[in-house]
Design a protein around this ligand. Structure first.
Ligand code: HEM
Length: 425
C-alpha cells in the first residue's frame, strides 16, 4: 500500500511545472488525491520549453467519470488540435501528426488500415513468437544472477515484437530503441531537452521509415510497413509524411509503454510479496486480473489532451470552445469513488475497468490486446525460469509528465542454466 500525502495547498499544485514531476511519487499521488477531492477540474499554466512560446494553459481532468465522458465524446473533445499539452510546432507535424492527432472520419479510415493486425485473433496467432522471444530474453540473462531489469528484460520484448511487426531488421533494434527513448524522453536531461533534439530524432526515424517503406513498396512482405505502403485512403495512397508519422506512432507506442508496465509490475510484485505469491501459486487463473492491475497500477501513459470544440461543461466546470482539456489517466486510475482501496496493488482486483489504455472512444489503445499478451507471457516466463527474481535497488525514474517511465532498475535472482528452446518446465 502506498500512502499518498501532500503538503501542497490546492493553489500550489502546478501540473504544468516540471518541479511537480520531480516530487516523490507518494507526494504526487497526494496532490492528485487533493485535486480529485477539492477541485476535480482545475486550471493550470503550461510547461515552458526553450525556444517555444508558452501556451495558454489547460484544464486538468482528474475524476474517472469525466475522463470517460471526454474520451467518449470526440465531437466535443477533439484530438485534431493536438494531444500533447503544448501545441506542436508546425515543423514537427510531419513526424508526429499521425492518427492519434486526428478526428473522425479521417482517423477512422487510417486506423482501419492497421486495425486487423491487432485484433485478439491476430494477437493469439502471434502468441508463439511472443513466447519464443520472451524465453530468449530470459535465457540471455539467467546465468548472471543479476542484471538491469528495464533494458535487459522489460524493454527487450515489446521492442522486438513491434520491430518485427513493422518489418524492422534485428540489426536496427538498438537504434530504434534510442530514437524512441529520445522522442518520449523529452524533458529528461538524459534523453532530450530541446525541440531541436526532438526534431533530429523525428527526422532520423522518418527517413528510416521512408527507406524501409520504399523497399516494401517494391517488394511487399507480410508486415505492417507493406500494408501501409499499399493502403489507400479515399482512393489515394498515404503520402510520405502520412506514412512516416504512422510508422513513428506505431514504433513509439508499441515500444515505450509496455516496457514500463512490465517494470512497474515487477517492482510492485517485489514490494508486495503476498500478491506475488498469489499469482505464482495459480498463474493462469490470476493472470487476466493481474495484467489489468499492473496496467492500472503503472498507468504508463499519464495523460493525453483534447481540445473543446464548443462551450460546454465537464465535471461541473465551464469550459470554453478552444480550451485545452487534459485527461489524467493516472488520477482516474486512483479514483476512490470507483476503485476500492485504489492505492493497494491487488492482483485479483475485480472489477477493474481502469483507463490505462484510455477512457474508451475512437482512440482507445490500438495495441491493448498485444500489450496484455506481452505482459502475461513475460511474467509467465520469468516465474517459470527465475522464480525468485526481485528488484534489488532503487529505480531511476524518467522525468516526465507524460510517460510514467523507469529508465533502469537492478534485479537479482538465483542463477540458472538456459532452458532449451521449446521445452516446458
Ligand atoms: C501497457 C501498454 C500500453 C499502454 C498503457 C498504452 C496506452 C495508450 C493510451 C492511453 C492511448 C490513448 C487512448 C485514448 O486517447 O483514448 C493509446 C493509444 C494508442 N496506442 Fe497504446 N498503450 C500501450 C501499448 C501499446 C502497444 C503495444 C501498441 C502497439 C502498436 C500501442 C499502440 C497505440 C496506438 C497506435 C494508439 C493510438 C490509437 C488511435 O489514435 O486511434 N499501444 N495507448
Amino acid at each position: 500500500m502506498l500512502t499518498p500525502q501532500t503538503s501542497l495547498g490546492i493553489d500550489d499544485i502546478r501540473l504544468g511545472d516540471v518541479v511537480f514531476w520531480q516530487l516523490p511519487e507518494n507526494e504526487r499521488e497526494g496532490a492528485f488525491a487533493k485535486l480529485r477531492r477539492e477541485r476535480p477540474v482545475s486550471w493550470h499554466e503550461e510547461f515552458e520549453y526553450p525556444g517555444l512560446p508558452k501556451g495558454p494553459g489547460f484544464w486538468a481532468v482528474t475524476h474517472y467519470q469525466d475522463v470517460l465522458t471526454a474520451s467518449r465524446n470526440p465531437q466535443r473533445f477533439i484530438s485534431g488540435k493536438g494531444t500533447s499539452i503544448g501545441d506542436m510546432p508546425a515543423e514537427l507535424n510531419e513526424f508526429f501528426g499521425s492518427m492519434i492527432n486526428m478526428d473522425p472520419p479521417r482517423h477512422t479510415k487510417l486506423r482501419l488500415i492497421v486495425n486487423r493486425g491487432f485484433t485478439p485473433r491476430m494477437v493469439a496467432q502471434a502468441e508463439q513468437t511472443v513466447r519464443e522471444k520472451a524465453r530468449r530474453i530470459v535465457n540471455a540473462v539467467c546465468e548472471k544472477g543479476e542484471c538491469d531489469f528495464v533494458t535487459e528484460i522489460a524493454a527487450a520484448l515489446p521492442l522486438e515484437i513491434i520491430c518485427d511487426m513493422m518489418g524492422i531488421p534485428a540489426a536496427d533494434y538498438k537504434r530504434i530503441f534510442e530514437l524512441t527513448n529520445t522522442i518520449l524522453g523529452i524533458g529528461d536531461p538524459e534523453y532530450a531537452m530541446t525541440v531541436e533534439e526532438l526534431m533530429a530524432a523525428g527526422l532520423e526515424l522518418s527517413q528510416y521509415a521512408q527507406q524501409l517503406g520504399q523497399e516494401r513498396l517494391e517488394r511487399p512482405r507480410d508486415d505492417i510497413t507493406s500494408k501501409l505502403m499499399h493502403a489507400e485512403v479515399e482512393g489515394e495512397a498515404l503520402n510520405a509524411a502520412e506514412f512516416a508519422s504512422f510508422f513513428i506512432l506505431l514504433v513509439v507506442a508499441g515500444n515505450e509503454t509496455t516496457r514500463n508496465a512490465i517494470s512497474h509490475g515487477m517492482r510492485a510484485l517485489t514490494d508486495f510479496p503476498d500478491q506475488r505469491r498469489k499469482w505464482q501459486r495459480e498463474f493462469e487463473r490470476v493472470a487476466p486480473t493481474a495484467v489489468e492491475e499492473i496496467v492500472r497500477w503503472a498507468s504508463p501513459v499519464i495523460h493525453f489532451r483534447r481540445t473543446a470544440s464548443e462551450d460546454c461543461e465537464l465535471g461541473g466546470q465551464t469550459i470554453k470552445a478552444g480550451d485545452k482539456v487534459v485527461l489524467w489517466y493516472n488520477s482516474a486510475n486512483r479514483d476512490e469513488t470507483v476503485f476500492v482501496d485504489p492505492h493497494r496493488f491487488d492482483v485479483i482486483r475485480d472489477p477493474n475497468e481502469h483507463v490505462g489504455f484510455g477512457g474508451g472512444g475512437p482512440h482507445f489503445c490500438l495495441g491493448a490486446n498485444l500489450a496484455r499478451r506481452e505482459i502475461a507471457v513475460m511474467f509467465e516466463e520469468l516465474f517459470r525460469h527465475l522464480p525468485d527474481i526481485e528488484i534489488s535497488g532503487e529505480p531511476a525514474m524518467l522525468l516526465s509528465a507524460f510517460i510514467h517511465g523507469i529508465k533502469r532498475m537492478p534485479c537479482r535472482f538465483t542463477p540458472r542454466k538456459p532452458l532449451e528452446d521449446g521445452c516446458r518446465v
